[in-house]
Design a protein around this ligand. Structure first.
Ligand code: PMP
Length: 359
């Protein structure tokens, strides 16, 4: 037997590991998981029933084209069916977008810090990350991003609101940026947290994409809709982009359970709006309480808040752990805290207040 191991791509060396939010501890005090930007609510009305009914058929492959869901989405957003493409969560679709645009060595531009999957999916596909630092106000620096585009750039992510800072870019600056991007570079507006936006100056990417063939919008059922565990997201983009997404999709990637649950969730809009409204109210309460405690928190338009803690990040996260709330630390940078159920948010605020008092 030979001693050599299979040759693996050198490109895989040094890929950062995606760190999922820590689960809440099973022992000890009641613990709240505020580390993964999940929705704390149970499925929307009718969704469990649709999922259970679909599960009866899981000896069969799902509808590979996600026909029912794609039709429903096209109608919902007033876009052609051919402009909608689904995938295994919006992170799956984001990866497909890189596969669809980048040859080895091509560049992907994005803000940093932003969604931690961007560097991973870029490097896995042999492309090169160009990270553009956020401004001092923790916002995308769109001018610097436009300047970072070279003739190797194939794709630009704009995460709006940005994960993990919750900050947004507004209509005028985003349009100005889109006007500067060469028409052969795809701009992906990652709107995973779209439903939580209350700032009316933040544009809806689906309006911006309509007359811009180089713009695609990413959305997900994982956050506001509460289907994170079912893995279904989608992109809206012009026909060549959407067609390329169909080519790069893992065959049968989106289960029938996910497809039916997503359709049922879209049909439960009233309940959805109620829940999102409650989370937004909690977001306001948490932000105001943090400000009162003396923290500087960038205004969040998502279902989480960001505390820049620098060297104190891990200590802060440990203090939260001890108080029964699990948050998401980015060592040396800061902590992202998901807005969860009221009791969890209260526990977090108590821990934050005590930490602050001890500084
Ligand atoms: N985009 C952003 C900005 C996110 O924060 C996330 C989830 N953390 C995703 C995409 C991916 O979500 P999903 O794959 O569950 O749709």
């Amino acid at each position: 037997m030979s001693e050599t191991s299979p040759k693996l791509r050198a490109q895989l060396d040094g890929i950062p590991t995606y760190r999922p939010g820590k689960p809440a501890a099973a022992d000890g005090p009641v613990a709240y998981k505020l580390s993964s930007n999940e929705n704390p609510y149970p499925p929307l009305p009718g969704v469990m029933e649709a999922a259970v009914a679909a599960a009866q058929g899981f000896n069969r492959y799902p509808d590979m084209a996600c026909t029912g869901l794609v039709n429903e989405l096209a109608e919902r957003f007033g876009v052609p069916v051919s402009h909608v493409a689904t995938g295994t969560g919006s992170v799956g679709v984001a990866q497909q977008l890189i596969q669809a645009t980048c040859d080895p060595g091509d560049e992907v531009v994005y803000a940093w810090r932003s969604f931690e999957a961007y560097p991973i999916i870029t490097q896995v596909n042999g492309a090169v990350s160009v990270k553009v630092p956020l401004t001092d106000g923790e916002v995308h620096d769109l001018d610097a991003m436009a300047e970072a585009i070279t003739d190797r750039t194939r794709l630009v992510f704009v995460c709006n609101p940005n994960n993990p800072t919750g900050t947004v870019v507004r209509r005028a600056e985003l349009e100005r940026f889109l006007d500067r991007v060469p028409s052969d570079v795809l701009v992906v507006l990652d709107e995973a947290y779209r439903e939580f936006i209350r700032d009316t100056e933040v544009p809806d990417g689906i309006e911006l994409y309509r007359d811009r063939p180089n713009v695609a919008v990413l959305r997900t059922f994982s956050k506001a809709y509460g289907l994170a565990g079912l893995r279904v997201g989608f992109a809206v983009g012009h026909e060549p982009v959407a067609a390329a997404l169909r080519k790069t999709a893992v065959p049968f990637g989106v289960s029938q359970v996910a497809q039916e649950a997503a359709i049922a969730s879209l049909r439960a809009e009233d309940a959805l709006l109620g829940r999102v409204g409650a989370l937004v109210a909690e977001r306001t309460r948490v932000q105001e309480a943090l400000a009162e405690q003396g923290w500087t928190v960038p205004e969040s338009q998502a279902n989480f808040v960001w505390l820049r803690l620098g060297e104190r990040t891990l200590d802060f996260a440990a203090a939260c752990d001890k108080a029964g709330v699990v948050v998401r630390p980015f060592a040396g940078e800061g902590v992202r805290v998901t807005i969860g159920e009221t009791e969890g948010n209260d526990l977090f605020l108590k821990a934050a207040g005590e930490f602050r008092a001890g500084l």
